[in-house]
Ligand binder design. Structure first.
Ligand SMILES: C[S@@+](CC[C@H](N)C(=O)[O-])C[C@H]1O[C@@H](n2cnc3c(N)ncnc32)[C@H](O)[C@@H]1O
Length: 167
């Protein structure tokens, strides 16, 4: 899916103009689901569920989004009946898998603190987005110390995202 098509698809999910970090995560999700067709996807910090909804649109067999803001979960449930929403804190309430793809578009903190927990249950690929370029090397370090192998880094407008796989 080209960038423009991706933007339009995300906007159609009700989020308006998507943020750069969402776009970076979405582009990586397109690639990851092409590598793992029909994968189950966990979306951490799902908000109203746009990345999870995109995963379903791209053929994910299951998409589970965890979010700590109850209001966003309510909006997400109304918009995306094909996404499973979990209301909770990802630092303590991570949903049971298995998930072949984990995507997390979050600020740091808490992103770096979450990485070891996410990588520990990873069966395929992890996509992490939501950090500024200057925070990228620390995020990469967290991924590598957790045992993930970084495959790709993408950057736009001063933000960056990493795609990594389980060892
Ligand atoms: C940058 S927004 C991303 C929303 C959406 N995934 C997207 O890509 O547009 C990050 C979301 O993560 C949620 N969040 C932050 N820390 C969290 C945590 N520890 N557990 C669950 N959700 C969290 C925030 O409430 C917010 O909705």
């Amino acid at each position: 899916m080209a960038d423009r098509g991706l933007k339009q698809t995300l906007a159609a999910f009700g989020a308006g103009e998507p943020h750069t970090t969402t776009l970076l995560a979405a582009a990586a999700l397109v690639d990851a689901l092409a590598t793992h067709p029909g994968a189950a996807v966990l979306d951490v910090g799902t908000g109203t569920g746009i990345l999870a909804a995109l995963a379903r649109r791209l053929g994910a067999s299951r998409a589970v989004g965890i979010e700590r803001d109850a209001g966003l979960i309510g909006t997400g449930r109304a918009r995306h009946p094909d996404v499973e929403f979990v209301h909770g804190d990802a630092l303590g309430d991570l949903p049971e898998g298995p998930f072949a793809i984990v995507v997390a578009n979050l600020t740091d903190p808490p992103l770096r603190h979450l990485v070891p927990h996410l990588v520990a249950r990873l069966e395929g690929e992890i996509i992490v987005s939501g950090v500024r370029l200057w925070q990228g090397s620390a995020l990469r370090g967290a991924l590598e110390r957790s045992g993930a192998i970084v495959m790709k880094v993408a950057a736009a407008n001063g933000w960056c995202a990493y795609r990594a796989r389980a060892r």
